[in-house]
Design a protein around this ligand. Structure first.
Ligand SMILES: Cc1ncc(COP(=O)(O)O)c(C=O)c1O
Length: 450
């Protein structure tokens, strides 16, 4: 294992240039807008291109190795190329990758996932978290016969028109805190979409309920992420979650939890930490074991809207690659390996990481803090942990400081998510946490000097 003194550093492991990546990016710019299909891979002056990943390490084409705290946006719970997943997927590849026939592995995976949480009475698989959230919203509409949805200001739920509203709201357009505006993300978003999305503040029960009351008879569901990443990676307060559950029950509105990221927090998802059961849950990311996936699970009577054997079918639902045997195989092995003891070990390790980074902040004496829970952390260049999206929103100075920190981390062998967040994998040990803490301390000192 790597010790602090021999930690991977570009200077030590690469020839000091990134010519190969620069040349590839030049070619990419000619054929893709922005030179990519996915904005999160971008870096200035150009992205770096990956050669291979192994456990919690990733090596780029220049030969530089970094510890991967991004884990493909929190989707690789066991890191890269987990041997049992590789073997099982390899065997399935030989047998075929997609069929217009059912597969046993889909049934096994559905049984496994339903066994993880009693609230997952029935499940269906799709190909991404975006699709899972979309299916939850459409199922809620089909079940209730109503069209509006409510969501939390700033929360990211993928790119379905309705789910993305307000996700990039800014001080200039987010409106009054009592009544947050429905802010479109993409130009040309239909005005009717804006009207059909009710935006509520996070962790502010009184305001959220007052807003919901205004739309009570038109709402199909309230969509909530119990530790929304873009909102600040702060846990939803018990009182807030309980109030949303009670209000939705009282008004015949469904409660939908987006656990695309937070499912990793416990064996059955972050929702099991609260005394509530959502009606539907959207999942994705880690349950694909590194392959594209999403899932919708929840109450059997609601899931029934997707039943193609019913008459009439309230929400016809299908997808060419849904439940393909590669994603199902990788997902099944991955989730079996992510058993209760793996969850506990990873959460302990991440708690240690949050503690060590907090220590580094204190030693360096910078106004910063760490939020998170389960196997995630997020850094804020603010003295106090934020409570909601508006608190989390970084000022120009905070954004500048975060960039210094992220660049320092990247140049010293640590890959983080561009919001300053980390999602750990079970491939990590205390060694990687030591390196992280040391690099963060240097980074915070750099910020202080700057
Ligand atoms: C909470 C949450 N929901 C939904 C999504 C969308 O998932 P996907 O990128 O697989 O479409 C994401 C993606 O980052 C997410 O973080």
């Amino acid at each position: 294992m790597t010790s602090i003194n021999e930690r991977p550093s570009p200077a030590a492991t690469a020839n000091g240039t990134t010519h190969g990546s620069a040349a590839l990016y030049e070619r990419a710019l000619k054929v893709m807008p922005g030179g990519c299909s996915r904005n999160t891979i971008l870096r200035k002056p150009h992205p770096l291109y990956v050669e291979y990943g192994e456990g919690c390490y990733v090596t780029d084409i220049e030969g530089t190795r970094r510890i991967d705290f991004a884990n493909n946006m929190a989707s690789l719970i066991h890191g890269h190329a987990q041997p049992e997943v590789v073997a099982a997927v390899g065997a399935q590849l030989q047998k075929g990758t997609a069929f217009m026939m059912a597969t046993e592995v889909e049934v096994k995976f559905a049984e496994h996932m339903c066994g993880r949480n009693p609230g997952f009475e029935k499940i269906r698989f799709v190909n991404s978290g975006t699709e899972a959230v979309m299916a939850c919203l459409k199922a809620s509409r089909a079940f209730t016969g109503r069209s509006k949805i409510a969501k939390v200001e700033g929360a990211y739920h993928g790119i379905y028109d309705y789910a993305e509203i307000s996700q990039t709201a800014k001080p200039g357009n987010w409106g009054d805190a009592e009544q947050p505006s429905s802010v479109p993300v993409s130009r040309g978003t239909p005005p009717a979409t804006l009207d059909d999305v009710v935006v509520i503040p996070y962790n502010d029960t009184e305001r959220a309920i007052a807003i919901l009351d205004e739309h009570a008879d038109q709402l199909a569901c309230v969509l909530v992420d119990l530790m929304a990443h873009r909102v600040g990676l702060v846990k939803a307060r018990d009182e807030y979650v309980n109030a949303l559950r009670k209000w939705t029950q009282d008004h015949g509105v469904l409660l939908v939890c987006d656990e695309v990221i937070t499912l990793r927090a416990t064996y059955g998802g972050a929702q099991t930490k609260y005394p509530i059961t959502p009606d539907l849950t959207a999942m994705g990311k880690m349950i694909g074991g590194g392959f594209p996936v999403g899932a919708i699970a929840g109450r059997a009577d609601i899931m029934e809207v997707m039943n193609p054997l019913a008459e009439p079918v309230l929400f016809p639902h299908s997808g060419t690659f849904s439940a393909n045997p590669i994603s199902m195989t990788a997902g099944l092995i991955t989730m079996r390996l992510y058993d209760q003891s793996a969850v506990n070990r990873l959460n302990r390790l991440t708690k240690m990481a949050r503690h060590r980074i907090t220590e580094a902040i204190e030693i360096a004496g910078v106004p910063a803090c760490v939020t998170g829970g389960g196997s995630m952390f997020r850094l804020h260049m603010k003295p106090e942990p934020p409570n909601n999206y508006r608190d989390t929103f970084a000022s120009a100075d905070e954004a500048r400081k975060l960039k210094i920190l992220l660049d320092h981390a990247f140049d010293n062998g640590i890959m983080l998510i561009n919001t300053g967040s980390g999602a750990l994998s079970t491939a990590m040990t205390e060694t990687e946490i030591d390196i992280l803490a040391q690099v963060m301390l240097e980074g915070f000192r750099k910020i202080k000097q700057a």
